[in-house]
Write a protein of this length. Structure first.
Length: 500
């Protein structure tokens, strides 16, 4: 029997929000798709239809881009001071914070993640992210340049890029919207945002707060729809100046090609197959617990998931039982159940994808140390048990490819010098971690690992101030921190003839 899901515990505003057919936000107005088409989102814990939203396409994107262009060139946004932009971002953070419970419930219903996690992690991180970029709005500065041309005074202006298209994924729906919007708005851009088709609800709810926060119409437009239609329309649109994308490496490559037609700027935050390295001298209890958290957080649907766990062979037999114990203790169930620690995967496609990897691992000869399929007693919903593969070989698909589910490959290693090379043996380079008490070994590994983030004796540490992004085919451009200002500004050099 499926545990009873406390649907009755939803706050009335959430019940109302999902019951009404949603509209999308273009030029400050809530509108249907031009085609009148809609699509439905599904609650991954129950497989039932959750809500109906407009299926935006080319024409809707075009309207949104025109609204964003007007807002950028001639609207009140243009005349707002940096301080006023900062205050709007801060107000948006306050408005979201006051509705933490409502947003957390929407994330759980749409994405499947435990409500306890959405409450404690996703929504507070969103709030903090907007506050952080509220502060940056007044600190985007140019420079004066000591040019060697007599009689010239030369300075730079750091100006917004213009109309920005932002295409976001479903794993952290509201947080990914915040990562994209915060820096873009702090720098004075206008936006056409496309949430993932699996999880559009929290972004639409955020849209309802923009006016009260003080963002003029057209500054943020939210077009719901599919990737191949609405998403592609954004990336080819001649009047979109930049595209920021988070999602699969495959679609990242398509976006780069599509953006080439109009030479848009592109920033891509893509997949990963991050190495998590446990040296024999580590605190093995924290390393084992950290290894479990590295792969199971968000059900493994994290671009930075620690999916290749390298364990020094001397301690392999001490770490593995702990990892397996953690894996088996995790309470898998519907996100609304307060006891749940891991919810369902986001969609039937994702369940199929992950199940395909489980089958492929077994077929190629990997051993299932724990998990490997659907948890007992959960007959509805897109659930997968926390899974550990052992006896893997580098050429297996489960070792080489991003699974994006709660599946880790445990790999013993003998040579501490060689493990970093093995860790780097991937086309990806998003994150990596090392566990050791030896500071020299730790920092040396951090230098040698080809990844945009390296964690030492921790995993999944994030902060609005700390840049995040990929090496190699995990993408390029850094979100968060001061680094994100680079994505959303361009430099203008001004020469002034002041006389000899
Ligand atoms: P996806 O890359 O297809 O979707 C991400 C976003 O891109 C969505 O908003 C989607 O509508 C949009 N999109 C898709 N095709 C597009 C196109 N041709 N032009 C413009 N936009 C487009 O990811 P999907 O199919 O949901 O998941 C597939 C795999 O991608 C996952 O198994 C995982 O490996 C990876 N992924 C990585 C994420 C990350 O955080 N880096 C997030 C989501 C998925
Ligand atoms: Mg896709």
């Amino acid at each position: 029997m499926q545990p009873a899901v406390a649907e009755s515990s939803l706050t009335p505003s959430v019940t109302e929000f999902i019951a009404a057919r949603r509209k999308m936000l273009i030029d400050g107005k809530w509108v249907e798709a031009a085609s009148g088409k809609t699509f439905t989102t599904v609650n991954p814990a129950t497989e039932e239809v959750l809500a109906e939203v407009p299926a935006g396409d080319k024409e809707d994107v075009d309207r949104a881009v025109r609204a964003a262009r007007r807002a950028f060139e001639s609207g009140p946004w243009r005349r707002m001071t940096a301080s006023e932009r900062g205050r709007a971002l801060w107000k948006l953070a306050d408005l979201i914070e006051a509705r933490t419970e409502e947003f957390a419930q929407l994330e759980t219903l749409d994405n499947g993640k435990p409500l306890t996690v959405a409450r404690a992690a996703d929504i507070p991180l969103v709030v903090d992210h907007f506050r952080y970029y509220a502060g940056w709005a007044t600190k985007v500065e140019g420079e004066t340049i000591p040019v060697s041309v007599p009689g010239m005074f030369t300075y730079t202006l750091r100006e917004p890029v213009g109309v920005v298209g932002q295409i976001i994924p479903w794993n952290f729906p509201l947080l990914m919207a915040a990562w994209k919007l915060g820096a873009a708005l702090a720098c004075g851009n206008t936006v056409v945002l496309k949430p993932a088709e699996q999880t559009p609800l929290s972004a639409l709810r955020l849209g309802e707060l923009l006016d009260e926060a003080g963002f003029p119409p057209g500054v943020v437009n939210i077009v719901t729809g599919f990737g191949e239609t609405a998403g592609a329309a954004i990336t080819v649109h001649p009047d979109v100046d930049k595209v920021a994308f988070t999602g699969s490496t495959e679609v990242g490559k398509t976006i780069m090609q599509q953006a080439a037609g109009t030479l848009k700027r592109v920033s891509l935050e893509l997949g990963g197959k991050s190495p998590n390295i446990v040296f024999a001298d580590a605190d093995l209890d924290s390393a084992a617990e950290g290894a479990a958290a590295a792969i199971y957080f968000n059900h493994g649907q994290c671009c930075c998931a620690g999916s290749r766990l390298f364990i020094e062979d001397k301690v392999y037999d001490r770490v593995m039982p702990k990892l397996i114990e953690y894996s088996e203790q995790i309470q898998v169930g519907p996100g609304l159940d307060p006891k749940t620690q891991m919810g369902p995967l986001v969609s039937s496609e994702q369940l199929e994808r992950v199940s395909g990897y489980l089958a492929s691992g077994k077929k190629e000869g990997a051993k299932v140390a724990t998990g490997g399929g659907r948890p007992k007693g959960l007959d509805r919903g897109y659930f997968v048990s926390p899974t550990v593969f052992t006896d893997v070989k580098p050429e297996m698909k489960v070792v080489g490819e991003e699974i994006f589910g709660p599946v880790v490959c445990a790999i013993p290693f003998r040579d501490p010098e060689d493990v970093v090379r093995a860790g780097n043996e991937t086309t990806y380079g998003l994150a990596a971690a090392v566990w050791t008490r030896d500071i020299q070994k730790a920092h040396r590994a951090a230098q040698l690992l080809k990844a945009g983030t390296v964690w030492i004796n921790c995993y999944n540490a994030f902060d609005a101030s700390a840049p995040f992004g990929g090496y190699k085919q995990s993408g390029f451009g850094r979100e968060m921190g001061k680094a994100a200002l680079e994505l959303y500004t361009q430099i203008k050099t001004v020469w002034v003839n002041v006389g000899a």
